[in-house]
Design a protein around this ligand. Structure first.
Ligand code: DX5
Ligand code: ZN
Length: 219
């Protein structure tokens, strides 16, 4: 079985004590920190960008899992790498030339992720699976934390898992949106191994939440 990784999304963290929150999730055993970048164009909201990433990077060694929900992400790849991204996911919906952009991310020396929205046909990513380290299946419409998991997306996880196997590839499947105690198992059973969780981790007792989710993931 592939390693199961928890990727808490700091979108739902308390920004007045971000350093402490990150320490807690690291101590609990989370391996990634999910960093949601929003531009107010590809998604309705605006979140944070390079300066925030840069200061987090100074304070932690955790893998920075950077999710770019922005138009024309190719404009910013180099800046996100310089600011500390270890893995960059771009949305298939934003790319005119997916092959070029995915190769450019690889050439910058970081891991390559490709994200897909709930309404986009999963087959659209099939031609690019051999160029990436991780496929990110959105399980809510991107833009905000705290939304409900869209169950129809579970079938997309199954479909992409089957295609990864068919092509004989070795890549992670990350799910993002509405993941928590009630929905975790459905996504894991479908084949996901990287779990993004925002409100389920940072809502309430951060450490206890992360420990509980990791316990469920590895039982
Ligand atoms: C949504 C973001 C998610 C979000 C998940 O657009 O991509 O990463 O933070 O939040 P929850 O886990 O609360 O659905
Ligand atoms: Zn995300």
């Amino acid at each position: 079985m592939r390693e199961r990784i928890l990727a808490p999304s700091i979108l739902s963290a308390d920004f007045t004590k971000l350093g402490e929150e990150i320490e807690l999730i690291e101590k609990a055993g989370a391996k990634y920190l999910h960093f949601d970048v929003m531009d107010g164009m590809f998604v309705p909201s605006i979140s944070f960008g390079m300066p925030v990433l840069k200061s987090i990077k100074k304070a932690t060694h955790i893998v920075m899992d950077t999710h770019l929900m922005i138009e024309k992400p190719e404009r910013y790849l180099e800046y996100f790498v310089k600011s500390g991204a270890d893995l960059i996911s771009v949305h298939i919906e934003t790319l005119d030339d997916p092959e070029k952009v995915l190769k450019d991310i690889r050439d910058l020396g970081v891991k390559v992720g490709l994200a897909i929205n709930p309404e986009t046909d999963i087959k659209e990513v099939f031609p690019y699976l051999n160029l990436i380290d991780m496929i990110l299946v959105m399980t809510v419409h991107p833009g905000f934390g705290g939304q409900k998991y869209i169950h129809e997306c579970t079938d997309k996880v199954k479909a992409v898992k089957a295609e990864i196997e068919r092509q004989g590839l070795d890549i992670d499947i990350e799910v993002d949106g509405g993941l928590g105690k009630e929905t975790l198992k459905e996504a894991l059973d479908a084949g996901a191994n990287v779990i993004v969780a925002g409100s389920a981790v940072f809502g309430g007792d951060t450490y206890a939440n992360a420990v509980e989710l990791l316990g469920m993931m590895n039982s």
